[in-house]
Design a protein around this ligand. Sequence first.
Ligand SMILES: [Zn+2]
Ligand SMILES: [Zn+2]
Length: 133
Amino acid sequence: MKVNGRCHCGNIRYEAEIDPGKVTMCHCTDCQMLTGSAFRANVQTPRETFVLRGGALKTYIKTAESGNKRAHAFCPECGTPVYSAAIDDPPFYSLRVGCLDQRRELRPSRQIWCQSALPWSMNVQAIEKLDRQ
Ligand SMILES: [Zn+2]
Ligand SMILES: [Zn+2]
């Protein structure tokens, strides 16, 4: 499936090919901090299908507790996270679903790092719902 993404300020624009059956929610503590939210939704794209159509990404090298390093690409103007990838010759990018125009169709099929999930985030069904703020 072809997807288009952009950052919040519009500086960064890109296209990629993804498998809509491979959307993952990640509850790891790094994703919580780097999104400022409860979890992150990701989908893998083969690196060769990712095409940057505008702007230049900035990269933050994150070191995990395990010592594993990953490159996190984001917009240098507005800070929107775009993807993460292995440092050396990555075969895939992990795209951030919230920045893709097609995000409504990209329902996750798997949740990972549930051991660090915020307990309330595993069931938001009972939380009061308003159409707008
Ligand atoms: Zn931006
Ligand atoms: Zn994570």
